[in-house]
Design a protein around this ligand. Structure first.
Ligand code: ATP
Length: 304
């Protein structure tokens, strides 16, 4: 089976709110696939329909060939997928090793418990109480609990929410380790940087619809957003926006970022203008567009 997840024309409405409005995508075995978008975009609704936790209104959904909307399929499916629980659903007064043993006892296959402890570097935390762990370690433990039965697909809903940058990076490493072992990962996030660094492919969702779908670097190349960035308290954005090829100028405090059609030409023109006007400029550089930029661009196109 090449596509381990197939979603076609998925919809879900809560009263008047059309949370998911005809989403279609497929996920291949061994991929890290990201559903990204801002709060309220429809990410949790989509992932929970795939997990069999919410009912869809219409559309076709297959996960490992099973329909999560069918009760008869869900029993089989639950053995093959891993769902990361919210940290709040674990008893605070439980030790890490107790939680691992308890959750292991739910499954027939728990022979890889020591491997998981090793991979997720949990050995030194086994005797810690869950309540005493930092956010990063709590996420690591909940991730360990979701993979105890060696699932083929792991679903992670906003796994790095609230983590500091270091803990987030460590979590990405753990997720990559799972991928290297052949696990497929479906992850939701509203951190664009996370999507770019972590995911093989992404679906950018807004208002219950997919606005862009593909490999992050390909989406960014297609957008061809180029930026000049530098530091200056002096520049007047109204002057720079009038220069040929300049599309957009952002300035906050001393940070200036200019979107342009032609980097080299605009760099020359901007520096010339600054020189002539006596504006001081520091840390001048070229920047590639980010997924944040792509997102802003898509929203602008939509409202145009
Ligand atoms: N159980 C529910 N009842 C009513 N409306 C809901 C329910 N769940 C979600 N919604 C609404 O559906 C829309 C999509 O919500 P959803 O939680 O799927 O988005 P999300 O992208 O995961 O956002 P967040 O990151 O804030 O959870 C939102 O407008 C939300 O308010």
């Amino acid at each position: 089976m090449k596509h381990v997840i197939e979603v076609e024309g998925l919809t879900k409405q809560y009263g008047e709110t059309r949370a998911v409005q005809g989403i279609s995508f497929t996920v291949e075995k061994g991929e890290i696939f990201g559903i990204i978008g801002p709060n309220g975009a429809g990410k949790t609704t989509t992932i929970e329909i795939l997990e069999g936790l919410r009912k869809r209104d219409s559309g076709n959904v297959h996960v490992l060939g099973f329909d999560p909307g069918k009760e008869s399929d869900r029993y089989q499916l639950n053995k093959k997928i891993g769902v990361q629980f919210q940290a709040t659903s674990i008893q605070e007064l439980m030790k890490v090793k107790e939680a691992l043993n308890l959750f292991s006892s739910f499954y027939d296959t728990h022979h890889n418990l020591m491997d998981i402890i090793e991979q997720l570097h949990l050995k030194d935390k086994l005797n810690s109480y869950f309540k005493d762990l930092s956010g990063g370690w709590k996420q690591r433990v909940t991730l360990a609990l979701s993979v105890l039965h060696q699932p083929e697909i792991v679903f992670l809903d906003e796994p790095s929410m609230g983590l500091d940058p270091q803990a987030r990076r460590e979590l990405w490493e753990v997720i990559h380790t799972l991928k290297e072992q052949g696990t497929t990962i479906l992850v939701t996030t509203h951190y664009m940087e996370e999507a770019e660094k972590l995911c093989d492919r992404i679906a950018m969702v807004y208002d219950g619809r997919i606005r862009a779908l593909g490999k992050p670097n390909v989406l960014l190349e297609d957008l061809a957003t180029n930026y000049l960035a530098f530091e200056s308290f002096d520049v007047d954005p109204d002057v720079l926006i009038a220069l040929p090829g300049v599309i957009h100028v952002e300035k906050s405090a001393d940070r200036v970022r200019i979107q342009t059609e032609n980097l080299q030409r605009s760099a020359y023109m901007v520096l010339k203008e600054c020189e002539e006007r006596g504006w001081k400029v520091a840390a001048f550089r070229f920047e590639r567009g980010t997924l944040d930029d792509l997102f802003v661009h898509l929203l602008k196109e939509r409202s145009a």
